[in-house]
Each structure stands twice: as structure tokens, then as C-alpha cells.
Design a protein around this ligand. Sequence first.
Ligand code: ATP
Length: 458
Amino acid sequence: MGKLTMDKLVALCKNRGIIFPGSEIYGGFANTWDFGPVGVELKNNVKRAWWKRFVQEDNSCFGLDAAILMNPKVWEASGHVQSFGDPKMDCKNCKTRHRADTIIENFSKGTVSAEGMTNEQMEEYIAIHDIKCPVCGKRDWTPIRKFNPMFTTSRGTLEEDADKVYLRPETCQGEYVNFLNVQRTMRAKVPFAIAQIGKSFRNEITPGNFLFRTVEFEQMELQMFCKEESSMDIYNKYKEKALQFVKDLNVKEENLRFHDHDKLAHYAKAACDIQYNFPIGWQELNGIHHRSTWDLSRHQEFSGKNMSYTDPITNEKYIPNVIEYSIGADRLTLLLLCEAYEEQELEDGETRVVMHFHPAIAPYKVAVMPLIKKTHGEKAQEVLNILNKEFMTQYDESGSIGKRYRRQDEIGTPYCVTIDDDTLNNNTVTVRDRDTMEQIVLKIDELVEYIKEKVKFN
Ligand code: ATP
């Protein structure tokens, strides 16, 4: 049946209240998206599943919700401020970003230094020597620009004396600056992790592909603080745990793969992405990084505060290593939309679009439908009032039952409950399964337990 394209997905999301283009009535605002009534449920469920797996079910992991605006010195310690103004260009073909001066220096094997060259001179050098993208081998560069990766805003009452502050480009700095607070108040022993879910903002030059790359997005990430000796084991454990999490959300293994990095940041000991086979090709879903003692050491240097941990048994003092696992909530939501989508040809020749979400992340768990509005509407309302105390529940009384089922299939509602004469006479309802389309009969008072069991995420 029809192959999924990003355009099809964008159209479905818009028509079914899942995701709308940002500021649409003003012609939109590039690469911003608004989650509609259905989409907000989906994304909240994704975040809940992640939190349950990585925080609730792991007693060595503690939650945090740090402020978006941080002391600007944080971004000096992280290296973001220092990289302001680097001459950057993007490969339009494979959408990777490169430093123009590094490209020239690598090409010339260090014999040419781009220091002191203007942007125009660098562009000319790259054109004359036909320097291609080291990732995809094409030469399709954007012009070189000084790139500011962080959005800035100002704090202060008067424009003239306002201090520049930054919208955080990553959430993990919240964990680093609170490392000692969490360790002390939770009496945490290394290894332990701090996790949070929150917005990040990046002034991406090449945003696009629907939710894949946006200028504001939510990160779900954790930083595991550990001793060097056990750090590689913990890194490997998180690789497997991160993969298992996506597989448990019913993502097929053949659509997932590890991508180990061979080029590492100077402080990193290992790095790996999990990639997914999106309609735009294999792309990063999440990153797992072994960041050594870099982050805490930098904060110790810039804040002057001792960031070491003291082992309560041996009294040894050391700065822990950090293993980072970070995944975009929006990017995972996009992945789950892609994975769930199916166009099915039915026996009667009709086609249905069905979203096979794992029931735990389905936006609505159940829909209540009176067979005939006039006759069964009142009873259907009673059933609705029982179910919506427990679950996000839709109510649909318009159109043929077939049409109503299709609407629920398109937003991935796992169960449809039909109210008919049997309900009035015996308090039984028909429950239709989204995936198999099979129907079973249940008593009204069995419904809540039945659905609860099915929509668990373990
Ligand atoms: P990419 O290579 O795709 O730019 P990154 O390596 O810069 O990502 P990290 O800084 O490790 O990404 O961020 C962790 C996760 O946050 C990514 O794996 C991705 O899921 C998500 N993410 C990063 N940038 C964006 C963005 N602009 N829009 C949506 N999600 C993003």
C-alpha cells in the first residue's frame, strides 16, 4: 500500500488535530509547530513513558526541572559562547554543518591557515579547490556566515543597560549545576543520574523536515555520574536500555540501528547515536555520550566551586565521569507517527489509514459511540462519564459507525465502545480492537479494568 511521505504525515496531522503549522493565520513561522488537542496527548504520553522507564523505575535516577534562563557564565563553561562567530556553512545536500576554516585546513593538510581570511576569501578558496562535503561528497554549500547557535534575550528594565541572557540550547547544564544539590539532598551515592524533560532552543540554520529539526524542541535526557572504572559498562548499558525503550514502544528492530561515532570531541571517550529509518532516510533519534569529567571540571573552573564527590566509605574525593543519554521528545513523537502509519486495503475494497500506536502512547485510549444517537445517546453519556474519569476518551455520535471507526483509526484510538440495544437491556457493550478490527462483548463494569490492563507501559 501507499508509502509514507513526510507530506502525507503533515497533512494527516493537520486534518486530525495532531499538529498544526505554527502561527498559521500569519502565513506560518518557519519550523515551528503547534501540537493540537490530539497531538498534545500523544507527546505527553511519550514523555510519561520515558519518565516512567528512566526515572520512576530506576531508584538511582532523580528528576529535575531547571530554569530555562541560566547565569550566562554557564554558557561560557559549556563552550557555547566561545563558539559564537565561528565561520560556518551548511551542506545543502546532506544538511550537515561545518566550520569553513577547518574544512580548508583539513583539505590543505594544515598547509593553509584560514585564520585572517574573510568569508569571501574562504568561499573563493573552497570554490577554486572544489572542496566537497566530507560527509556526502557533494559540493553544494550555503554561503559562510558567522553563526550564533543560541537565541539571546535581555534582562533588565532599560534597553541600554539590559544584560544579555541566552535561551538554553541544551537542558543538561541544569543537571551539572545542580549536581551537588541533588547529591546532598537525596543522599545519592555514585553512580546516580539526574534526569529532566524540558525545552531547548537552537538557532538552527538548516531546520526542517517537520518535527525532525525545529528551532525549539523538548529534550528528555539524563546525566549519569559515575566512577571512571565503571563508566564504559554504564555507557554500554544505556545504549542497550535506550534501544530497548524504543523497541518496547512497538518500533520494529529493522528500522533501528546503532551508529558509533569514530570522530569524538577531544574530551569524549565514546559516543553513539541510535538511528531510525525515517521517510527522509536513516537519521539520529538520540545520542549516548561518554563525556568524561569534562562538564563538572569546566563548572568547577568557571564557578570556583569544588564539584568533587566524596566516597562515603573510602573517603576518596573525585570528579565523576558523565554518561549522557539524550532524546528529543518531538523527534521521538515524529518517529512514532512514522512507525504507526499504515494504509490498509480492507476486504470490502475500502482503504483505511490506521495509526498503530502502542496503546500506552495513543492520544485517546477509547471512543464511545451510540449506535443511534436518539435511542442510545443517554446511555452512551453514562458510559462516557465512567471512562473519562480514567482515560482520555472521545465521544462520537455523528455519521455511520464505519465512518466513526475510520476517524478513530486515523488518530490511533485502540478501542471503540459501541452502545446499542444490548447495552440498554443487559448493560453490555461491544468493544472493537483498532488493529484486528475484532469485536468482543463486555459488561459495562468490566470496561475500565479491561482497558487499563491493555494500555499499560511496562
Ligand atoms: P543533530 O545531530 O540532529 O543536530 P545533536 O547531535 O546536536 O542532533 P544533541 O545535542 O545530542 O543532538 O541532542 C539530543 C537529541 O535532541 C537529539 O538526538 C535529537 O533527538 C534532539 N534534537 C536535537 N536538535 C534538535 C532539533 N533542532 N529539533 C528537534 N530535535 C532535536
